[in-house]
Design a binder for this molecule. Structure first.
Ligand code: BV8
Length: 234
């Protein structure tokens, strides 16, 4: 019987770590250099727009120096070859899933290569630095900001994510510490709906106890092995 299970995959900073992008909560991670309150809240943006815009400018520029790793590539192969649906819900704001060839992706915390107009709400592609006061091409207000979901703001695509979880046969969490909600609650939502759950992470996360199965190690090794297993059983 071919495997046509619907798969929902949540990814976090850990899947991009081996591509050279910093995670958030490791000892030398992004938050170690900046307090969350200083760069990832609406209050921080209002208090010091230059600091917040520069924090995201630096991370947008870093995308030019990194490439997808075998974990991103394995997920793109899964989407191409698996008979059932494969949806990536990523907390990451990098474009490595896209560059690896994945297409069915929801960026629930926004994206570095996008700008948001604080005046009219338009979101559009953005390359290069985004200084405070950049002008929106739609409403012409000097109100463009990084298209990032800050703490206290509502993540994108929550309805589509909840629908996908309700219709999933398998929920896989890759490279996330399970520290940030609502993403950290998806495993419990899935489990309560009878969805099978798997964690692939370097080490046990805050939510490991909620998963049916956990495998620990680097994503660039674990993810291709898991995808090979799943496709071989198809
Ligand atoms: C909201 C912006 C209301 C993008 C980010 C319930 C309880 C408690 C608090 C809350 C709650 N509900 C809401 C909150 C408040 C808050 C929250 O969760 N606070 C936390 C700190 C307690 N949440 C919010 O404010 C959210 N908004 O809830 O609105 C709402 C909700 C639903 C519906 C309606 C209304 C908004 C949260 C978004 C905040 N923005 N970032 C950016 O700057 O990049 S969060 C930030 O953390 C990133 O998005 C990041 O993705 C996210 C999670 O971090 P991880 O990706 O997990 O990264 P981390 O470093 O933590 O972990 C890396 C993992 O990888 C580790 O486990 C490590 O072991 C592993 N790893 C490392 N190397 C490898 C590896 N794994 C495999 N291989 C490797 N090589």
């Amino acid at each position: 019987m071919p495997d046509s299970r619907a798969i929902v995959i949540l990814t976090g900073a850990g899947i991009s770590a081996e591509s050279g992008l910093e995670t958030f909560r490791s000892a030398d991670g992004l938050w170690a250099q900046h307090r969350i309150e200083d760069v990832c809240t609406p209050e921080a943006l209002a208090r010091d727009p230059a600091l917040v815009h520069r924090f995201y400018d630096l991370r947008r520029a870093a995308l030019n120096n990194v490439a997808p790793n075998p974990a991103h590539e394995a997920l793109a192969r899964l989407e191409r070859e698996h008979r059932g649906s494969v949806l990536i819900v990523t907390q990451n704001v990098d474009d490595l899933h896209e560059r690896a060839g994945s297409r069915n992706i929801l960026h629930m915390h926004g994206a570095l290569n996008s700008a948001l107009c604080a005046a009219c709400g338009d979101r559009g592609p953005w390359q290069g630095s985004l200084p405070p006061g950049s002008v929106c091409s739609i409403c012409e207000a000097p109100s463009l900001r990084p298209d990032i979901v800050f703490f206290g703001e509502i993540p994108y695509e929550m309805e589509r994510i909840e629908e996908a979880l309700a219709g999933a046969d398998l929920f896989v969490s890759i490279g996330t510490s399970g520290a940030v909600y609502p993403a950290a609650g998806f495993v419990r939502m899935a489990g309560a709906l009878g969805v099978e759950t798997l964690e692939l992470n370097l080490e046990p996360s805050s939510g490991s106890g909620w998963f049916d199965e956990c495998r620990h190690g680097p994503a660039s090794r674990l993810v291709p092995v898991w995808v090979d297993e799943l496709l071989a059983a198809s």
